[in-house]
Design a binder for this molecule. Structure first.
Ligand SMILES: [Zn+2]
Length: 262
């Protein structure tokens, strides 16, 4: 007679789910979102960090700001799964073409965390590494005297677009958005529940890195870019589109932040 070992299916599933929860917990270190919906790189099929230029992967010990961004690939959630979209974004950052015939040499996906249409949160690059960027992040001194229009910074001295980077000290959260065949951004604001999940993520990250809601920035407030788009910007800063403004999103973030600090 052939010997066989039968493991009850329920037990097997329990073992697998415990392993996954544990994996998520050790990766992000977030109190409430851990094991709930932080998708580790393994879960979304992220590629390894590429060897290459250290300037594209600088160490950052102290985080001073949490900045808000969006992605805008032609592929959207209508046709592709979020895991696929994440891989497209990472592959683009790790070796896609800029459109000027040059290859992008980011060593990893540019952002630390990404939020999808479904409200799932995806772990991007290591938090101890500065984000990658196509833009120059203006320092506090470069921002002195700057004016703002709809939240978009107009610095006194124009900084060359040819010197991207200077991003050490930023923790980045990016919304996974798309653009249509004409290049117009679409799905900029995710469903309300997903935006609320993003607010919880931001609040947790502020607490984790000893930051305050006043340390939140939108990419357009410190670099020559439209990112994160008008809709997400309004969510953050309100209809005034003023960098001191408070939109639905920032109100939610503050509520969650104070709950965590109680
Ligand atoms: Zn951005």
């Amino acid at each position: 007679m052939k010997a066989s070992i039968t493991i009850p299916l329920g037990l097997l599933l329990l073992v697998i789910s415990c392993t996954v929860a544990q994996e998520r917990k050790t990766e992000s270190g977030l109190a409430r979102l851990d094991g709930v919906n932080i998708m580790s790189r393994e879960l979304w099929g992220g590629h390894k960090v590429k060897p290459g230029d250290e300037n594209q992967y600088q160490l950052q010990e102290d985080i001073a700001y949490l900045s808000i961004h969006h992605t805008q690939s032609r592929a959207t959630h209508v046709k592709y799964s979020e895991e696929e979209l994440l891989r497209f974004v990472q592959e683009y950052h790790q070796g896609g073409e800029t459109g000027k015939g040059e290859l992008i040499r980011f060593r990893d996906i540019a952002y630390h965390y990404l939020v999808g249409h479904t409200g799932k949160i995806y772990k991007g690059r290591d938090e101890n590494r500065a984000p990658a960027s196509f833009t120059h992040y203006l320092s506090d001194s470069e921002l002195e005297g700057a004016r703002y229009k709809n939240g978009k910074v107009m610095p006194v001295k124009v900084v060359s677009k040819e010197s991207p980077g200077n991003s050490v000290g930023h923790l980045t959260v990016s919304f996974i958005c798309g653009r249509n065949s004409k290049g117009v951004v679409q799905d900029a604001v995710l469903p309300a529940d997903s935006m609320a999940e993003a607010a919880r993520l931001v609040a947790e990250l502020l607490v984790k890195h000893d930051l305050k809601p006043s340390d939140i920035r939108a990419h357009r407030e410190f670099a020559n870019t439209e990112c994160p788009g008008d809709e997400i910007y309004r969510w953050l800063r309100g209809d005034s589109m003023d960098k001191a403004g408070e939109g639905v999103g920032l109100k939610l973030i503050k509520k969650e932040f104070f709950k965590l600090n109680k």
